[in-house]
Design a protein. Structure first.
Length: 341
């Protein structure tokens, strides 16, 4: 017997339903993927890691550079002997005193004297030695070692050594002067105001020219050989190659060497203190020696602090000026911008 239940009828206009219909883009519209959210915690972790490595260096810089500078500036406004409370405020009196102090003004002149001689005598001598030792010479490695060896010695050892060399009567310098017929120089090297600064400069040159020689050697070895060969093919002689090829390419090294020479002459202390202690009659004093004399010998710490501040400002101003107007071309290629641009 047939069932009375009619079978379900299918609507031909409706397709099979297999779940919710997906929305599709209409026309030419495209669906852009959502932009990834920036991971702020990840950036914070990166900054924290960077700061963690910078903190020790910044702490040392603050404790041993910025803090002493701040203390020196503060002390320079007081008349203080180094013991007891610092309560005698004098303002700019210590700096006014500097302008009228003949010894300090002489220190500035002697510093300028050493700077001029270093640039005009010591550095050309080091450059000439570097050019000679850059040639194919037999045993040039030994010569390089011998010329660089004095720089390895400390300033105190060098000063003690040359104090014995210039010892009046029995020193090697007096014997050499006698052999050369220069009897007028015997006993005067470090004891006469007219000869003490040239004598100190000779010692400085012996001590430091090897360092500059090595700088120049490194610069010379960085010059491409092909450039010099091309100049030779074009008919340039040895002097023309040196004047128009070597010197311009050695310019960055020369500028760095001049900077180090000037800063070293301004801050010179150890060598002079051990050999002459600023004598005779202040004729070999430098700013650093005057600062030491007033601070630790005469117990005028406020005035010594003023000298130290002036010494620091001279070095800072010269460094900023030199970097801005002399080293700018050399440093411009070393500065890169972020983001790979």
């Amino acid at each position: 017997m047939p069932s009375s239940v009619a079978p379900p009828t299918e609507n031909p206009t409706e397709g099979p339903t297999e779940g919710p219909a997906e929305e599709r883009p209409r026309g030419d519209a495209t669906v852009q993927p959502p932009a990834p959210a920036r991971s702020l915690p990840r950036e914070l972790r990166s900054w924290a890691a960077t700061a963690w490595f910078l903190v020790p260096a910044l702490a040392l810089f603050l404790a041993f550079v910025l803090a002493p500078i701040a203390v020196a500036v503060h002390t320079s406004f007081f008349s203080w002997g180094g013991v007891g409370p610092m309560d005698d405020f004098v303002g700019l009196a210590n700096y006014t005193r500097l302008l009228a102090d003949e010894v300090f003004l002489g220190d500035l002149g002697r510093g300028l004297y050493l700077i001029v001689l270093s640039i005009t005598v010591q550095l050309p001598f080091a450059l000439l030695t570097a050019v000679l030792l850059n040639q194919k010479l037999r045993g040039r490695a030994v010569y390089r070692m011998l010329f660089f060896a004095p720089y390895v010695l400390s300033e105190v050892v060098t000063a003690v050594l040359f104090t014995m060399v210039f010892l009046p009567g029995d020193g090697m310098a007096d014997h050499l002067a006698g052999a050369l017929g220069l009897e007028g120089l015997r006993g005067k090297w470090l004891a006469d105001p007219s000869t003490v600064m040239p004598t100190l400069f000779v010692v400085m040159t012996w001590k430091y020219f090897g360092f500059h020689m090595m700088l120049f050697l490194a610069g010379l070895q960085g010059i491409p050989r092909e450039v010099l060969d091309a100049a030779s093919i074009d008919g340039a002689g040895a002097w023309q190659r040196f004047r128009y090829v070597t010197l311009p390419l050695l310019g960055p090294t020369i500028r760095i060497s001049v900077f180090l020479s000037v800063i070293g002459a301004i801050q010179l202390f150890d060598l002079v203190w051990v050999m002459t202690a600023g004598g005779p009659n202040h004729s070999s004093e430098t700013m650093a020696i005057s600062m030491f004399q007033y601070g630790f010998k005469r117990y005028q710490v406020g005035y010594a602090s003023a000298i130290s501040v002036v010494l620091f400002m001279i070095s800072l101003v010269f460094s900023l000026f030199y970097q801005r107007y002399v080293l700018r071309r050399d440093l411009s290629g070393a500065v890169t911008t972020g983001g790979g641009r």
